[in-house]
Design a protein around this ligand. Structure first.
Ligand code: B16
Ligand code: MG
Length: 225
């Protein structure tokens, strides 16, 4: 296996559980439009950008509208979402994440963010962990959504690390696809049933040690695609 020199983290669902706030705001919007959608359907929105998420929700509700109206609704949903995430504290950082970031820093492993969210920088700032990230690639500086590998490849490029020397941590199936397409090691954060195509799956970062993870990955075939 190649030496791991960088770790790139997805944000929503990996560093912080913002999915519940996205769900609440999207559901409020759907309810205003006269329909509802389930938590199971919400799973399909993980890692999907704002406008693409809205398009899916409108499809579920059987609602058609023009691009300008969609922009207005997406902005409205974002206002509600920002109001909720604006109240988050560092207590909402997912278990083990800060210890793992500290370990990476101590080992001089580069740290990057690769998220579809346009709210990534304010969220990291709010959680008081922005300083860990040498490079932040998010919904404000990529054009193609996951499963396109753009967000991770640009991150690796800016970190000046070859993609094959990077681990990507992802909670979304499409995010794992993106990492694999980018030629990176993909570590799924969540359930094996959803993320089994990753090189390795962890339930969370609790007690995760970098050396142990590197040695697990060394037993894998390496780059899958
Ligand atoms: P925003 P990630 C994604 O973040 C979320 O999983 C997805 O639910 C959300 O729609 C998307 O960001 C856009 O977020 O509305 O804040 O720009 O998982 O790629 O970190
Ligand atoms: Mg995510």
């Amino acid at each position: 296996m190649k030496k791991i020199s960088a770790c790139i983290f997805d944000l929503d669902g990996v560093i912080v559980d913002t999915a519940k706030y996205h769900f609440k705001a999207w559901r409020r919007l759907a309810n205003e439009l006269g329909f509802d959608f389930t938590e199971k359907e919400n799973e399909k929105l993980k890692g999907v950008g704002r406008i693409d998420s809205l398009k899916l929700i409108l499809k579920w509700g059987g609602v058609k509208m023009d691009e300008a109206s969609m922009q207005t609704l997406a902005a409205k949903k974002n206002e509600w979402y920002v109001e909720d995430v604006g109240k988050m504290t560092s207590d909402e950082i997912m278990i083990g994440v800060v210890d793992f970031l500290d370990e990476l820093q101590a080992k001089k492993i580069k740290i990057g963010l690769g998220s579809a969210s346009k709210n990534a920088v304010p969220i990291l700032t709010q959680l008081e962990i922005k300083h860990y990230f040498e490079v932040i690639m998010d919904g404000t500086n990529v054009t193609k959504g996951k499963p396109d590998p753009e967000v991770f490849l640009k991150g690796a490029e800016r970190l000046k690390i070859d993609p094959s020397n990077c681990i990507v941590f992802e909670d979304a199936s499409k995010g794992v696809d993106a990492a694999l397409k980018g030629g990176m090691y993909a570590v799924g954060v969540g359930k094996e049933a959803d993320l089994g195509h990753a090189h390795h799956v962890i339930p969370d970062f609790k007690d995760l040690k970098f050396d142990a993870l590197e040695s697990i990955l060394s037993t894998k075939e390496g780059i899958k695609q």
